[in-house]
Design a protein around this ligand. Structure first.
Ligand code: ZN
Ligand code: ZN
Length: 186
């Protein structure tokens, strides 16, 4: 399954570490966002810039990748539908195990959770996807106390503080109200 392309933007070569535990390397890179990064209501636009600051550290079993990624997400407020455009920073840490370290394990199934190096290459994409999904709110809001839309006319309440409608009162009830007031006064 050595299908990683060493020139792909989210693939890192760890050979420089020489598999010597303790050797490490700092990597900063910018890569275009892959498609479908994010969740339904907030996504990183495909091809937009993602900035990574990473540390690759060789350990006994493999290579530990620690770092942050910064991206811009776009979506809309779950309450008022206003566009949201904001920076996010996600952090991650993942151990990529050397692929030849697992021949004694009974399961070769790919649903195994362990991340692996392939030809000493690290694929950042699954890591990035998980971190971004975890970092995003399921109900994004333009601001934490967004009042949403007026249920009657749909106006955006942030734009119109104090927005109200005349209470819709049935004229027959209004007449009754008046009557009872008159009675009270007698
Ligand atoms: Zn809003
Ligand atoms: Zn209204």
């Amino acid at each position: 399954m050595s299908s990683l392309d060493p020139r792909a933007p989210l693939v890192l070569d760890t050979r420089e570490l020489g598999r010597r535990p303790g050797s490490q390397r700092e990597v900063s890179l910018t890569a275009p966002a892959p498609a479908d990064l994010g969740i339904e209501v907030l996504t990183v636009t495909e091809g937009s810039q993602i900035d990574f600051d990473l540390r690759l550290e060789a350990v006994m079993e493999g290579v530990l990748v620690t770092g942050t990624a910064q991206a811009v997400v776009d979506g809309e407020c779950a309450r008022c539908l206003e566009p949201i455009h904001e920076d996010i920073e996600v952090t991650f840490q993942e151990l990529f195990v050397y692929e030849d370290r697992r021949h004694d394990e009974q399961d070769d199934s790919e649903d195994d959770e362990t991340s692996r190096l392939e030809d000493d290459l690290v694929d950042l994409e699954p890591l990035l996807r998980d971190a971004v999904v975890l970092a995003l709110p399921f109900q994004p809001l333009c601001q934490p106390d967004c009042p949403g839309l007026c249920p009657e006319c749909g106006v955006r309440l942030i734009d119109e503080p104090g927005h109200t409608h005349e209470a819709a009162v049935d004229p027959r009830w209004a007449a009754l109200g008046k009557l009872s007031t008159d009675e009270d006064q007698t």
